[in-house]
Design a protein around this ligand. Structure first.
Ligand code: HXC
Ligand code: NAP
Length: 268
């Protein structure tokens, strides 16, 4: 974004915004002049995140609430709405994840991830709806390539993110006539995040996760935040119902890396 104050005075609410990718998004909007609320479970994390946003010059709120608790989410949204008015940008990115083979995953383990990622996203979007700016609001869900690409030991997260992708499309249809756009970002592997630490916990796993990215690097927090800024800007005013990969090409449909198999004709 070239205008450094492109979101001056806008109200941005980020569920799950106290760390990692979602905090990166909150910080990008803060730098662009927005008033920003971050919400997550840990009171310490939300306060620290809000302090950091204020240090960037933004007005900021940090509210502790669990996305699984609809009443707590609604109270958080009301508190933010009272302070900053109608919500211009709503980001739903709270998530929990771990690697677990399905045969070893307890029903509660599966339910926990579905409750945080999928049901939590429904709570955030549904309860925010009355407080969204109409027309004009931009809603952004944080999905993952696993919503489309089956991934071993991720039955819980794959199912949750697939649900989020479909929720994005359905609500884009339902809320379009009110002038509310609903999109999702599907980040690839992003460096220095809790997500990548859990999915690629060893140097070998990290190297393998990077090797399958056509652009041959992990993404950065700014790579994702830039897409959130774009989706919420007038440049994207005709974009809704899109689940946009920001992944260096790592989830290209049907993609297969054949470099190890290819022998140049001259050497065969
Ligand atoms: C198997 C596990 C497990 C593990 C927890 N469980 N960890 N099962 N392997 N490693 C099971 C528990 O045994 C329990 O089931 C159930 O899950 C709930 O566990 P709790 O610890 O009570 O849950 P809770 O305190 O609510 O914590 C939720 C959490 C935790 C998801 C388990 O890890 C968390 O708070 N994560 C938030 C941070 C995070 O994950 N960030 C990365 C997001 S990245 P039982 O049956 O024993 O009661 C991401 C990557 C995206 O999403 C890319 C892929 C989609
Ligand atoms: P992260 O730092 O752990 O971010 C998760 C955030 O959600 C934290 O702020 C956490 O704070 C909050 N949260 C978790 N459970 C919550 C709950 N029940 N209620 C409210 N807030 C909750 O991880 P990340 O890697 O940056 O992931 C952020 C998003 O990007 C997630 O949606 C993830 O699925 C997605 N993603 C990440 C990657 C990656 O490479 N990292 C790739 C694809 C998709 P508290 O602990 O305080 O609650």
């Amino acid at each position: 974004m070239h205008d450094p104050q492109a979101f001056a005075g806008r109200h941005v609410f980020v569920a799950g915004g106290s760390s990692g990718i979602n905090l990166g998004i909150a910080q990008a909007f803060a730098r662009a002049g927005a008033h920003v609320t971050v919400m997550s479970r840990s009171p310490d994390k939300v306060q620290q995140a809000a302090d950091g946003l204020r240090a960037l010059g933004a007005q900021a709120l940090g509210i502790s609430a669990d996305v699984r608790d609809a009443a707590a989410v609604e109270a958080a949204l009301h508190q933010s709405h009272e302070k900053f008015g109608d919500i211009d940008v709503l980001v739903s990115g709270a998530a929990g994840n771990f690697l677990a083979p399905a045969k070893d995953l307890s029903p509660n383990g599966f339910k926990t991830v579905i409750d945080i990622d999928l049901n939590g996203t429904f709570h955030v979007l549904r309860l925010a709806y009355p407080m969204l700016r109409k027309p004009g609001a931009s809603v952004i869900n944080i999905s993952a390539p696993q919503g489309v690409n089956p991934t071993m030991y991720q039955v819980h997260a794959c199912a949750a993110k697939a649900g989020i992708d479909m929720m994005t499309r359905v609500l884009a249809m339902e809320w379009g006539e009110a002038g509310v756009r609903v999109n999702a970002i599907a980040p690839g592997p992003i460096a220095d995040t809790e997500g990548i630490r859990r999915l690629a916990p060893t140097p070998e796993a990290m190297a393998a996760a990077t090797a399958v990215v056509p652009l041959q690097r992990m993404g950065t927090l700014d790579d994702i935040a830039n897409m959130a800024l774009f989706l919420s800007s007038p440049l994207a005013s005709f974009v809704t119902g899109a689940v946009i990969p920001v992944d260096g090409g790592s989830s290209l449909p049907g993609g297969r890396d054949m470099r190890a198999s290819y022998v140049p004709r001259s050497a065969a």
